[in-house]
Design a protein around this ligand. Sequence first.
Ligand code: AMP
Ligand code: ZN
Ligand code: FE
Ligand code: FE
Length: 281
Amino acid sequence: MIDLHTHTNCSDGTDTPIQLVNKALAEGISVLAITDHDTTSGWQNAQDALRSNLSLVLGAEISCLTNDGISVHMLGLLFDGKNLAMQNMLENTRDGRIPRAHKMIELLNASGIKISMEDVESVKPTGATLGRPHIADALVKNGVVSSRDEAFSDLLHNNSPYYVAHMAPTPEEAISMIRAAGGVAVIAHPFASHRGQVLSAQDFLPLKNAGLNGIEVNHRDHNNEERNLLASIARELDLVITGASDYHGTGKLNSLGENHTNQAEWERLESEANQRRVIQL
Ligand code: AMP
Ligand code: ZN
Ligand code: FE
Ligand code: FE
């Protein structure tokens, strides 16, 4: 089973990279990608925990914003982690998440909702990429809501009055950065419309022209109609079709391997990186 999109507590997942690798091994995953939001900080621990029978794909899920303000997530897989331009882009995005959290907290406070940056810091693992799920966890801790899910559906979703965007590259910028660093770019859950405004079918050609390699078609946030449309776009543009769990530990319902990528699609995707970077013992 090939699962190309998972999170750890280096961003907003709840497992450590070591726990994630052990869980993947226990569940018979054959290829696992670690793709924390805007960071590669889990790579080393994941790699150190690796044992035979599992191939590890190092990656990141890069937060992007189109010029029209649409939030897009771009999976960068198999890129050179030492690439400076790439690391600078990730660092700039992480830095931009701090003032954004402050603004969201201010807006929540202005509506009488009790939460502080200290509350958020106290629930966030040290060094993890700061995100709305940590604001959600702080709201749970303060008794404002009872779960991350409730925090998102009531207060933190993209159309909420408390939502603030953060600085991020455009999808085209992220794709060219990933490709220049030797990796492959797969657009994550492009039609996950419950998160807010999404791209339209005609937006994929410019991404293909920017170097996009694949589309994450099979994801729990897509219904069958959305999967069929995305698969037809992928076939038309000759892009790889992937599926993945977007596992976040106990942070979300998604279970490891619940959606996966077929072997032939994976082999093609892997061959489009500029070097063989899959880690195997
Ligand atoms: P951010 O990157 O800070 O804008 O936060 C987005 C993250 O929140 C994504 O990783 C999503 O996986 C997560 N998220 C979105 N909706 C929910 C939800 N209902 N419950 C838990 N996590 C969510
Ligand atoms: Zn996440
Ligand atoms: Fe995402
Ligand atoms: Fe994700």
